[in-house]
Design a protein around this ligand. Structure first.
Ligand SMILES: *[C@@H]1O[C@H](CO)[C@@H](O)[C@H](O)[C@H]1NC(C)=O
Ligand SMILES: *[C@@H]1O[C@H](CO)[C@@H](O)[C@H](O)[C@H]1NC(C)=O
Ligand SMILES: *[C@@H]1O[C@H](CO)[C@@H](O)[C@H](O)[C@H]1NC(C)=O
Length: 379
């Protein structure tokens, strides 16, 4: 029995012993918080915890009675205000550090050094930093579609496709990717427009980095003619399956936001920008189309609907043009009509007068002639 108990005890020790010298890797995302775990054997009395990376001290803190160790090293300036330990957990043997505002420069090998009265322990963590594809943007140029994404690591790839599918030979693209000063990649690609009529196609731009992918679907709807002061219903296309949770933003032109709608599991949150409040109808969240009323000539242009989910973005562009102002037209036609009528009447009156004068003169002239004839006869 005794050897078995011994074995069992060893087994327990093996399970619960701190991972001395054990190294592991964690992955964190840029601009987020990163949790660097560190477990040590604590005597519950006092501990000095020092986190460092190469020769740089990231954090050096004391908990409880640490009279057994002298010396304090202040943290390097680039880590000031970025680190935090769970103070109430440290004497329980948990020296986990939270590092915030992660950048690519934070990649590397971290050491957690815990000094207690009975022992000194060090653990190593390899931190891998990734900058996922967060945003992809695309727009129609004069003869191409342009797609771009910024701040990505590791190096991204970009591919194009269309719906309905086009012959890949026809998808002529120019793609350039370059590192920015933060060490991340910016990528931009332009795809020559295959068809003159862009309305028939959805252009799909897919940007990937490692296992992370974001796909953008860009579509140009047929332009809509609206009459001034009237209503217009602008379409927004996206597949039904995204309906559970998404963010929808309507814009005018490149940047002017009109409405944003966030739909999560709770009820939709709707924000209408002030300058559009008088044009947007109340039930805007109930439908994916946007109904605008009271449009004026300054509202002519491109309206964009953007539906975003974590992995996809659906962009629909629609051009709105206003027909000529009808009221003005009626007024001017009436005025022109009246003027023509007046001219005609004046002319008619003048003509009649002329005719009458002429008649009178003819008659008068005849008499004179007759008189003359008579006189000559008499003479
Ligand atoms: C250490 O403490 C933090 C904060 O309470 C906790 O989230 C984490 O799980 C703890 N680590 C372990 C291994 O218990
Ligand atoms: C785009 O261009 C790259 C080379 O620059 C090429 O490998 C790729 O097949 C092209 N087509 C698409 C649809 O991405
Ligand atoms: C919707 O969510 C985005 C970020 O997810 C936020 O910027 C925006 O303000 C939110 N809009 C509303 C109306 O809550």
């Amino acid at each position: 029995m005794a050897p078995y108990t011994g074995l069992f005890f060893c087994f327990l020790l093996w399970i619960f012993s701190p991972a001395v010298g054990k190294e592991f890797t964690i992955t964190c995302l840029t601009s987020e918080e990163c949790v660097l775990p560190c477990q040590f054997q604590s005597d519950g009395i006092g501990a000095r915890i020092m986190w460092y990376k190469q020769n740089t001290v990231i954090s050096c803190t004391r908990y409880g009675d640490t009279s057994f160790t002298k010396g304090h090293i202040s943290q390097a300036t680039e880590y000031k205000g970025r680190t935090r330990l769970y103070a109430d957990q440290v004497l329980k043997g948990n020296a986990t550090m939270v590092l915030k505002d992660i950048t690519l420069q934070d990649q590397g090998r971290y050491v957690c050094n815990a000094i207690t009265k009975p022992r000194v322990e060090s653990h190593t963590i390899h931190l891998v930093v990734k900058a996922p594809v967060r945003e992809v943007d695309a727009e129609f140029g004069p003869s191409s579609v342009i797609c771009k994404a910024e701040g990505i690591f590791p190096a991204p790839t970009l591919t194009w496709s269309t719906d309905p599918p086009s012959d890949p030979q026809l998808l002529q693209n120019k793609t350039k990717s370059q590192k920015n000063q933060l060490g991340c990649y910016d990528i931009e690609s332009s795809l020559m427009l295959v068809e003159r009529n862009t309305i028939k196609q959805t252009y799909i731009c897919c940007v990937s980095s490692g296992t992370n992918t974001k796909t953008l679907f860009l579509k140009h709807e047929a332009s809509i003619q609206a009459s001034p002061g009237g209503d217009v219903l602008i379409p927004c296309s996206f597949p039904r399956h995204v309906l559970q949770s998404f963010q929808l933003t309507w814009r005018f032109g490149r940047s002017d936001p009109i409405v944003s709608i966030n739909i999560t599991n709770q009820k939709p949150q709707v924000k209408v920008w002030d300058q559009w409040k008088s044009h947007v109808s109340n039930g805007v969240a109930a439908s994916s189309s946007l109904k605008l009323s009271g449009l004026k000539s300054e509202h002519q242009g491109t309206f964009t609907c953007e539906v975003s989910t974590p992995e996809q973005k659906y962009v629909t562009q629609t051009d709105i043009t206003l027909t000529e102002d009808c009221k003005n037209n009626i007024y001017s036609s009436v005025i022109i009509g009246l003027s023509v009528l007046m001219c005609l009447s004046v002319m008619a009156v003048m003509f009649l007068c002329y005719r009458r004068r002429r008649l009178e003169r003819d008659r008068g002239g005849g008499e004179e002639e007759e008189e003359e004839e008579m006189r000559s006869l008499e003479g």
